[in-house]
Design a protein. Sequence first.
Length: 229
Amino acid sequence: MGKRIAMIFCFAALFAALPAVAGQWDKHTTVTFSQPVELPGMVLPAGTYVFRLADVPTSRHVVQVFSADETRLYGTILALPNLRLKPTSETVLRFEERPRNKPEAIRAWFYPGDSFGQEFVYPKREAAELAQAAHVPVLAAEVTPTEQAKELLETPVVAITPEKEEVEIAQAIELPAEPPVVAAAPAVSLVAPVEELPKTASPLPFVALLGLCSLGLAGAFRLIRKRVL
């Protein structure tokens, strides 16, 4: 994992990125490139674009690329989670090595401050070229940027090695586990349990005492009545 991260770095001179005000849900980010860049299935000319997550409740790993005014959708990209050790203000990472006559290829996109980002899945032919040039495995699938999000999510993803071999992702790339959803703590009752009072001795002596008192009172009444009469 460390080797793979070491082979990619942020190209600040190539772009400027600013998060928009839309909020954390779609990771809305405006990016300006000073030269052409390659994304899965497309090459974007120099200019300003908007990156944001597609509104897919079942997945937060489908990225859409729009024009600066968001009136044109350039493509929809399948991605898998990518982890960086320390969140920073950097937004886009690239492959370290690329032929001079080729545009820079974007490998992953991170929203500022996030540890988890999006590692793009390239069409297999492009992935094979990138893997050989960058000397790292590249995520690949039979995808195009014109597909719908649901279709992308149903597409099997593999990894293509620098030797252009297709292997399972786990054999080439260690994908991080995403943070688990923390369940709410169970409610704690603030009412103290009622303690059971200790049982007393047998009530028979108390009943006998009441009987003696009754007899004494009856005798006293009779005595008082005789004196009165």
